[in-house]
Design a protein around this ligand. Structure first.
Ligand SMILES: Nc1ncnc2c1ncn2[C@@H]1O[C@H](COP(=O)(O)OP(=O)(O)O)[C@@H](O)[C@H]1O
Ligand SMILES: [Mg+2]
Length: 460
């Protein structure tokens, strides 16, 4: 991929657009009326300039193809592929269901105990228990955790999640109960015990949140996904950035050799056979760079202790090609449709789902799909199975003032949600990051309201 900057001529500005970074687009040259004159070049919007005059697009360039010179000085039109991105997601979800149906209960499927647990009857699970294939107990932590301030139910959750014989653990908890933090500790301990982990979430933002949390734990982590959708704050952990950094010396060496060969080429214009030989060498250099790139990608991914992607991103052939993961972790699983969870789950031996079915549920636009059961997430479905043996609940929250949480507790969590003393009377003005412009003595609730352009906050 190469980022190409397009600029509007003169003092003009780009026409109003709903394009945003990460959108899949087609770039074509056109005449003054916008009629297309070349075939489509596929890419992703990288950035829209603040000045309203520029747009940069990450374009696929073919080997040895002078792709960008074709665009230089020409009028271009950039169209979004709306349907294609959705079609890819749809295809990946369908593919996961087909795999599940075909291989789910095959003996050589590494995730067979997950499938058996999530689709089997109580007797099936009893059979697995009796034959010591599965076990629901806590693992002995043996001082694995450091000085972290986890409460008892959080420690228990980590101990349950580390049991390698537990095929499924559902960590259920209202906002601020420490689910994501627990996943971080769990993943770190699992890696310490020699496991390789695939971490996913339904959205790029939730994946990047995990990347950020895991960045300072000293693990070898790699974030896979569309570069334009990965937050800049964690891009140093992205596959692209890691591979590029490793390739710097090789690229420099290639560039040096290329420039020497080009010099030689300029001296032998009259000798056709020599020139052809040099051109051949130049071509080979390009090829060896591509080969080295592929090799480095596969090295980086196979050496990673933790690979992170969105649920559908986990269908990337680069991830699929890797050895089976020991553990698959899905954060914000309450927001994901069940088929998308099976994409990562079928690539692991056991899985942990964290989330809250009382928060944002999967968005289902089709009535038929909703009535067919897609409105219920795997997380929600799993909590109702096998008399709750798959689930552990967290009920102490560490994020908000009790006045806010007790409302949620009463309305949504049957009065079970409690507030930690550390935040019980916490006000915004107590936060070191809040600059006080006017003092709020009362508890205030902000409601976020979005119209098509702006986000407004209404203060109660
Ligand atoms: N045992 C704990 N003691 C103190 N703070 C905690 C504890 N557990 C979680 N927190 C804090 O609570 C906040 C919310 O944690 P997070 O893992 O994001 O929750 P969730 O994913 O459930 O919404 C974080 O700021 C975290 O540091
Ligand atoms: Mg969270």
């Amino acid at each position: 991929m190469h980022s190409v900057l397009f600029k509007v001529e003169g003092n003009h500005r780009l026409p109003p657009t709903t394009l945003s970074p990460g959108d899949m687009v087609c770039v074509r040259t056109c005449d003054s009326k916008g009629a297309v004159t070349t075939a489509c070049m596929q890419g992703f919007v990288d950035n829209l300039g603040d000045d309203g005059c520029t747009i940069s697009v990450a374009l696929e360039s073919l080997h040895g193809d002078p792709t960008f010179s074709k665009l230089f000085g020409k009028s271009v039109r950039i169209d979004r592929f709306q349907g294609l991105a959705d079609a890819l997601t749809y295809e990946r979800n369908c593919e996961a269901l087909i795999l599940l149906q075909k291989n789910g209960l095959c003996k050589n499927n590494p995730s067979i105990s997950i499938v058996a647990t999530l689709f089997g009857h109580r007797e099936d699970v009893e059979w697995l228990e009796k034959n010591h294939v599965v076990d629901w107990e806590e693992e002995n932590l043996n001082g694995l955790l450091g000085n972290e301030t986890n409460d008892n139910s959080q420690q228990r959750t980590i101990a349950l999640g580390l049991n390698k014989k537990r095929p499924v653990l559902v960590i259920q908890g209202p906002p601020g109960t420490g689910k994501t933090g627990i996943l971080k500790h769990l993943i770190a301990c699992a890696v310490q015990q020699g496991e390789r982990v695939l971490v996913t979430a339904p959205t790029n933002a939730a994946v990047d949140n995990m990347v950020e949390k895991l960045s300072n734990v000293g693990l070898n982590i790699v974030r896979v996904g569309n570069p334009a959708r990965i937050s800049k704050t964690v891009s140093s952990k992205s596959l692209g950035d890691i591979v590029n950094a490793k390739l710097v010396p090789f690229r420099e060496e290639c560039e040096r050799k290329k420039s020497d060969l080009r010099k030689d080429l300029s001296h032998c214009l009259k000798d056709d056979s020599l020139a052809a030989g040099i051109r051949q060498l130049l071509k080979q250099l390009g090829k060896s760079l591509k080969k080295k790139e592929k090799q480095t990608i596969s090295e980086v991914l196979s050496n990673a202790q933790v690979v992170l992607a969105t649920n559908t991103g986990a269908a990337d052939p680069l991830i699929r090609r890797l050895d089976t993961f020991d553990l698959v972790v899905i954060d914000e699983a309450g927001q994901a449709i069940e088929p998308s969870c099976w994409i990562p789950i079928l690539q692991g031996k056991r899985c942990i789902l964290a989330g809250d079915q009382c928060q944002l549920a999967p968005v289902i636009l089709s009535r038929k799909a909703f009535e067919g059961g897609l409105g219920i997430s795997l997380l929600e479905r799993a909590t109702t199975l096998h008399e709750g043996v798959l689930t552990t609940r967290l009920t102490t929250q560490y994020r908000m003032n009790d006045a806010i949480s007790s409302w949620a507790s009463k309305e949504m969590y049957g009065g079970l949600l409690k507030s930690s003393e550390t935040v019980f009377s916490h006000l915004l003005v107590d936060s070191p990051f809040v600059k006080v412009l006017f003092l709020i003595n009362e508890i205030s609730i902000f409601i976020e309201v979005k119209d098509s352009i702006n986000v407004h906050y209404i203060l109660f």
